[in-house]
Structures are given as C-alpha cells and as structure tokens.
Design a protein around this ligand. Structure first.
Ligand SMILES: [Zn+2]
Ligand SMILES: [Zn+2]
Length: 456
C-alpha cells in the first residue's frame, strides 16, 4: 500500500460499520435480525407448541414441568439476578453450583453475559445505554432487544471483575452450550423418561415449553415491571411495583423498590407480598447455604417513600389556587386603599393584606352587612375573633382574593426586610418553590385572638 491510499476511504472502514448503524430496509432487514436468538426464543417454542397438539400431557410430567419451572426460574431470580448481578447475598459453593445449573436450564445466556447487561440496565435505566430500555417500547424491552441485533458499543460499561473472579461464573460461561443442552433439555427429559417412561412428553413439556415460560416470565421483569403499577419510592424513572408482575416473576415485581435498593436481597418488603425468591434465599440462610444477606435499614426505605409522597403532595398542591404570592402583590398606601374602597371597590384589609371581595359580599356566610362594615378599614381584629373567629377554610378562601399589600402592614414588610437582609425566611417551600401554607398558617390569621371592644 502506498501512502496515497491513506487519503482514500479504505474498504476496511466501511466493513466496520455495525449493521445497527444502517437503516433497516426491505433488502437488508434479515441482517438486522439476531437469528440465533430468534431460534431459541421463538423458533423452538413454536415447535414445542405444535408438538403439544398431539403429545398427550401426563399428570406426572405436568407436575415435574411446573417444579422444574420453579427451579430454573429461581436459578435466574435468586442466582443470576440477586446473587450474581447484585451481590445481594453470598452463597456457599454447593448453592452456587445449584443456581448456576438451574439458571443455565432457563436458557437465557450465561451468568456473565446476563449480569453484565443487567448491571448496565440498572446503571443507565431508561437511557440509550440501557440494553432493554422500556423507552423504546414495551415489546422492545420484552424481547425486541434480543430478537434484533444490538450494537455492543451502545450498551453502557459496567464493572464485572467480581464475576470474572468467580470460578463458577467463568466455568459456566465457557461451557454454556453444554450447560444449556444438559440442564435445559437432557435432564428434564431424562427425569420424565427414566421416572415414568414419558420421554417425549418430558422433552416437550418440561424441556421446551417450560423454557419458553421461564424466558417469558423473566422478560416480564424488563417490560411489565417498567410499565405496570405504582412508583412508591421514585417516579423519575420507569420501574414500577405490581403484584401481577410479582406473581409472574417469582417475586421480582416490586421493581420500583428494587431499582432504589438493588442490593437488598428482598424485592418485596412486606410480609404479605409475594416474593418466593426472597423466601428461598432466607431458607438457604437457615440451612447454612447463604450468608451476608443484604438489607437496607427501614429508616432509609421510609425516607424514600416519604420523599416520593411529598412529591405527590407538591404536585397536588400546585394544582390549587393559593392566591397571588405575597411578594408578587403590589404595595398600596393606606390612604390609597381607603380612597379606592370609598369609591365603591370592595376592598378589605386584613393583617396588612388587601383583598378584593366585591364579588363575594353577596355570598358571605356571615351576611352582607358584616362584611361591608369592614370595607376600607383594618379588619384584622374583626376577622380574627373580634366579630367572628373565622375558620381555616375562610382564611384559605380569603387568600384567593388578595390584590395588594399595605405599606408598613404586618407580615409582608417583615418578609421583605428579611429578603433584603438575606437572612433565612422560615417559610417552608415545596419542590416548586411555592410556600406551603399549613392549616392555620395563612398570613391573615393572627395567632392570638384579638378581643376588640369595638366589635361588641
Ligand atoms: Zn429494571
Ligand atoms: Zn436488578
């Protein structure tokens, strides 16, 4: 090669373009498909369904298929997910072997591959680097990401040095095809065949169809658990809690909790919630097979729950009319206020705040005369017990009618002064910066009831 060739585009560069970086067309669509995964996720199950049309299902085989479903499912949830992806607890060698074999039988890739993607999913949830981001659609997060080819460069980086140091993980990764054949098909077939002579039934039901159900259940954690249910701990990302997802996934359905507290060995924290994976790990601990079960303090969990609740309160509060904030109201001179009231505007000053009650006079529960007698005056005392000790609801309603503040009048001036002095104002504000007005805390409310002689 001469130096001049370096100037021209080299064919090697065009070959390096990953298929996912080219647009899918009628001519190249099949190149975008991951045919190996299509075979395992869709092709083989279709074959199983067709066979099941004439292969009779024996009761013993059915029971065995369900048991084996739970065993291989736990391999994923208790093994791949909580033990290896999240290190939520430690396992003894026998338990590790038990789980690595079970997870292999679920035919969802090796521990190393699965945990790597799952760590990226947690680290980059809902972003471009999330391997199964639900933002790309429910179907994509369920199986689209496996059926279509992925650009390996797109998926976020994660640290899996701990997994590379685990001999069980390394062995399973290197011998994965053997593990799949033995644990996915051979073993369930042999149990049914040697046990009660149902070789082909074992192959179809405990092998192929059971794999299909375990796979679909696991895929639900990536799709359904990011789509259906509540968000009691944080609603900035997609993970959600729902009992249906929990029922389908051996307890992985409390996914909002899980994304907040990923290294907790539990997904469900309430005793009545369905989390058989947690129960399994707990039993293993009692048997001495599992140890160092990680658990977040309930104090931390409650803080998250409370903050989310606060956020919901804030958004409900923001929908309500609390009146114009005091610092945004125009400042009026007392004489101007009196003048305007005299000229027929229904203005009433309470605690230094001017309210326009023109449209309210006829609706005043205490009668037209009472409210009219306060117009153009300082009605602070009248309103706060002088004539009638108004309710919290009355103070709330009054605040929606405020139109100005009087120079030198009460709280506003104090507030403005403290703003100038840059000292802390002890008003509590919500996430939107709105002042939180608790019951009995409206500015028009004077803490000590004023008994004025004039009212009597
Ligand atoms: Zn998730
Ligand atoms: Zn997880």
């Amino acid at each position: 090669m001469s130096a001049s060739t370096a100037e021209r585009p080299r064919p090697a560069d065009t070959k390096k373009v990953h298929i996912t970086e080219t647009k899918m067309t009628l001519k190249n669509w099949y190149k975008h498909v991951n045919w190996l995964n299509v075979t395992f996720i869709l092709g083989v199950p279709i074959y199983g369904v067709v066979q099941s049309l004439w292969v009779p299902l024996q009761l013993k085989t059915a029971v065995w298929a369900v048991l084996y479903y739970f065993y291989t499912g736990l391999g994923i949830t208790a093994g791949y997910h909580r033990l290896w992806a999240h290190s939520a607890y430690s396992a003894t060698l026998p338990l590790k072997i038990f789980l690595a074999a079970a997870g292999g039988g679920a035919v969802e890739g090796s521990i190393r591959w699965w945990a790597r993607d799952h760590r990226a999913h947690h680290r980059y949830t809902d972003t471009e680097k999330d391997p199964y981001s639900v933002r790309k659609g429910l179907l994509y997060s369920h199986l689209g990401w496996m059926v279509m080819k992925q650009n390996p460069k797109r998926i976020g980086r994660t640290d899996i040095t701990d997994l590379n140091d685990d001999p069980i993980v390394v062995w399973q990764h290197r011998n994965f095809l053997k593990v799949v054949v033995v644990m996915g098909l051979l073993f369930p077939t042999c149990v049914a065949g040697l046990g009660w002579g149902d070789w082909f039934g074992g192959f179809i039901y405990a092998g192929i169809l059971r794999v299909f159900f375990v796979q679909q259940a696991t895929f639900c954690v990536n799709s359904l658990a990011h789509w259906l249910g509540d968000q009691p701990f944080d609603d900035r990302n997609s993970p959600r809690d729902h009992v249906i997802t929990a029922l389908v996934t051996l307890g992985e359905g409390y996914h909002n909790f899980h994304h907040e507290f990923p290294s907790d060995y539990r997904n469900a924290i309430e005793w009545h919630q369905y989390d058989p994976t947690k129960w399994f790990i707990w039993v293993c601990k009692q048997l001495g097979l599992a140890y160092d079960l990680k658990q977040f303090r309930s104090n931390e969990i409650e803080k998250g729950r409370l903050q989310q609740l606060q956020k919901k309160l804030d958004s409900r509060r923001a929908k309500l009319d609390w009146g114009v904030p005091l610092d945004q109201l125009p400042v009026m001179e007392w004489d101007d206020y009196v003048e305007q009231a005299k000229n027929g505007r229904g203005l009433i000053a309470i605690a230094g705040v001017v309210h326009d009650v023109t449209d309210f006079i006829k609706d005043h529960p205490g009668g037209k005369a009472m409210i009219s007698s306060g117009l153009g005056k300082d009605a602070t005392a009248m309103f706060n017990g002088g004539v009638y000790y108004h309710s919290n609801a009355a103070h709330n309603l009054l605040s929606t009618m405020r139109v100005g503040v009087i120079r030198g009048g009460c709280e506003v001036e104090i507030w403005k002064r403290s703003q100038k002095e840059n000292s802390n104002v002890d008003y509590v504000r919500d996430a939107n910066g709105q002042r939180i007005v608790r019951a009995g805390e409206q500015v028009t409310k004077i803490p000590e009831p004023i008994a004025t002689a004039g009212a009597a």
